[in-house]
Design a protein around this ligand. Structure first.
Ligand code: SF4
Length: 232
């Protein structure tokens, strides 16, 4: 038996399994960190709810309506990632507190839109869209780390959207106006054809009001090109 050859094969196998272990370890640690942040957000929501007398779902509905305007219960459920029944119960409770009002949907007379009353608008502003502790934690990051995080979150949200865990969001990377890496080598490699302006990872949008969904083939092409780009 050729002992040096056996040793070399063994070394290769050990290295391969170590690399695999490290890749899994990295993925798990990132997922662990994200789960920790999710748990902290839930805690902050419950604490805010104790003060305002609202559940996290009710606060979520108020802040979503404040951000996006009046919408149907089904759409609110999708935005919050809860069932239609849960959103419906929360809307009914908010209606009872005088924080939301219902009106016929002009697009379909049989459907109902839920919107904020004046008190609901004030309650949404008081609740704040994000816990101040989270805003402080993000603000403490260096600008280039914030830009890198924004790029990474774009990929994670896009993937969760594709797997159906979250409702489609109005992301740059799924928009028909997005031109990723149109200016390679620049600190603003991407281009928005809607406003005809270059921008970098730090300006990638998660919820753009001008977003229009690209078709599937364009989205796949855009994503490949996006991965080729790096920016400051
Ligand atoms: S329109 Fe909005 S979502 Fe679309 S590329 Fe421009 S900034 Fe991004």
């Amino acid at each position: 038996m050729d002992l040096p050859l056996v040793q070399k094969t063994l070394d290769q196998k050990i290295q391969e399994s170590y690399k695999k272990y490290m890749a899994n370890e990295l993925t798990e640690q990132v997922a662990f960190g994200l789960a920790k942040i999710g748990a902290a957000l839930r805690t902050a929501q419950w604490r805010a709810g104790e003060q305002s007398g609202l559940t996290p779902t009710q606060i979520g509905i108020l802040t979503t309506l404040h951000r996006l305007g009046a919408d149907r219960v089904q759409a609110l459920a999708g935005q919050l990632g809860v069932t239609h029944a849960t959103a419906s119960d929360a809307v009914a409770a908010l209606h009872g507190k005088g924080l939301v009002e219902k009106s016929p949907d002009p697009r379909d007379g049989r459907a109902v839109l839920v919107g904020l009353t004046e008190s609901g608008r004030r309650a949404a502003q008081d609740s704040g869209a994000y816990p101040p502790e989270l805003l402080t934690a993000v603000a403490r990051l260096r600008p280039d780390d914030q830009a890198g995080l924004r790029r990474s979150l774009t990929g994670i949200i896009r993937s969760l959207q594709e797997s159906g865990l979250i409702e489609p969001q109005r992301l740059c990377v799924t928009c028909r106006f997005f031109r990723p890496n149109a200016h390679p080598g620049s600190d603003k490699p991407h281009h928005c054809a809607f406003v005809d302006a270059a921008f970098g990872d730090a300006s990638l949008r998660f919820d753009c009001g001008d977003h229009e969904e690209a078709d599937d083939a364009d989205k796949a092409r855009q994503w490949t090109r996006f991965l080729e780009a790096t920016s400051d």
